[in-house]
Ligand binder design. Structure first.
Ligand code: Q46
Ligand code: ZN
Length: 312
């Protein structure tokens, strides 16, 4: 198998593009495609200040690294879920990336804030760990953006994440979420930072290959609570379809983006009010995060640790 660009031995086969590439040409190809997504969908511009959601895994660290290579300055934010070894190792990887990129890393610890890790917190709240974790992460990261002057929050969601989530929403006809899975969600009235997904059209396999070929040191283990998640079943299903018909996932999500109706994605904006506790958008009198902190009798101000690598 030869590299389509230089004719040397290829390191990766990409049936969805009907091509095979060597390491260097694959890295260039991947970066160009992400840049094309950023430009095509106007994800971030020179005037933006970007914060990247870092989990310590391949997607988020690849994204952070790649933005650096593209000359797009971005700091990182890490949420410590209080899952013993997994959280400690993940934070380590995030900090090493901050050192390498010479960028700031904000962190927020659930255990410090609530004196409980996500598992105990979910048991007390009688809410699945992932649902609670998602709510806390969305809230805390958005607040970090607003309080620290970042206009854009970039996440490492990849094609497989998005396609499996969309399939799940379609299978269960969750119409309220159907049009909210786009590549960007615009900012709102000084309360919500813009959310973007630059890896939206890159598969999990490509992102993993980019991380390995670029020498990015990431945490290999998945979060222990991801096991058994329905999205994994949908991912496996889509991969089987993809094996027989390469590029199906890409066509599925490109078709979705063409049909995304911003008015529907924005539909909820008008229905939201502002939380009486924190002033951030909420569906009720008080937002879910404020109800959570109230339950634990802790204050509403959030404390972030900021890790700033020494300038080189
Ligand atoms: S939601 Fe669930 Fe993930 Fe949170 S508890 Fe782990 S698996 S990290 S994206
Ligand atoms: Zn609130």
């Amino acid at each position: 198998m030869k590299c389509r660009v230089c004719g040397k031995q290829a390191n990766i086969r990409l049936p969805q593009y009907n091509t095979a590439l060597c390491k260097d040409d694959f890295i260039g190809f991947f970066e160009k495609r992400v840049l094309a997504t950023i430009n095509k969908y106007g994800l971030m511009g020179a005037e933006d200040k970007t914060l990247v959601a870092i989990s310590g895994g391949k997607d988020s660290l690849s994204l952070w690294h790649l933005l650096g290579r593209l000359g797009i300055p971005a700091d990182g934010i890490y949420i410590d879920l209080g899952i013993k070894d997994y959280s400690a190792i993940s934070f380590d990887k995030a900090r090493s990336a901050a050192d390498m990129l010479r960028r700031k890393l904000y962190s927020f610890s659930i255990s410090d804030a609530f004196a409980k890790g996500i598992k105990d917190l979910s048991a007390i709240m009688k809410r699945p760990a992932c649902s609670l974790c998602g709510m806390i992460k969305r809230y805390v990261m958005n607040r970090a953006c607003i309080e620290h002057g970042y206009s854009v929050l970039a996440t490492g969601h990849n094609l497989d994440d998005e396609a499996s989530a969309l399939l799940g929403n379609l299978l269960h006809w969750k119409e309220e979420y159907l049009w909210k899975k786009g590549v960007a969600l615009e900012a709102e009235g000084g309360h919500l930072a813009k959310k973007v997904k630059p890896l939206f059209l890159c598969s999990e396999k490509e992102t993993a290959a980019y991380a390995v070929m670029s020498g990015i040191d990431y945490v290999y283990d998945e979060c222990p609570y991801s096991k058994g998640a329905k999205t994994l079943t949908y991912k496996a299903l889509l991969n089987r379809v993809e094996e027989g018909s390469p590029a199906t996932k890409l066509a599925f999500m490109k078709g979705y983006l063409k049909r995304t109706r911003q008015d529907e994605a924005d539909g909820e904006k008008g229905q939201k009010s502002l939380c009486s506790g924190c002033g951030y958008p909420s569906f009720g009198e008080e937002c879910t995060f404020c109800r959570l902190v109230d339950r634990f009798g802790i204050g509403r101000s959030l404390s972030f640790r900021i890790y700033s690598p020494e300038p080189s």
